[in-house]
Design a protein around this ligand. Structure first.
Ligand SMILES: [Zn+2]
Length: 107
């Protein structure tokens, strides 16, 4: 069951009493489509046509920042105080954090 959506399209679900988070904020490697690829796949090691080394480093930093934010949201959402997570106050805080991440890492 969907609980609600936060800024950035971060959507919270509850299933069997466990809160789950989905978003498409993390950027994928253009060659293997994995968000955690950091020159792991063969093509990313020699092909710069879709993403060069700086692009990979920027994507990895962006994904790490998003991962931290999503981990915090998930930890808070697991608390019984779910009403706060869906409040305007928390939504504004998430938007501010996303803006700060965007300003720092450029996506
Ligand atoms: Zn890859």
């Amino acid at each position: 069951m969907e609980l609600g959506t936060l800024p950035g399209g971060i959507t919270l679900f509850i299933e069997d009493g466990c809160v789950r988070l989905e978003s498409e904020l993390k950027e994928s490697c253009p060659y293997c489509n994995k968000t955690d690829c950091c020159f792991d796949c063969d093509q990313s090691q020699w092909d710069d046509s879709l993403e060069d080394e700086d692009g990979t480093n920027n994507r990895v930093r962006w994904n790490a920042a998003i991962d931290g934010l999503e981990s915090l949201i998930l930890a808070l959402a697991s608390d019984p105080d779910l009403e706060f997570i869906l409040s305007n106050r928390f939504n504004n805080a998430v938007q501010t954090a996303l803006d700060a991440i965007g300003n720092e890492y450029g996506y």
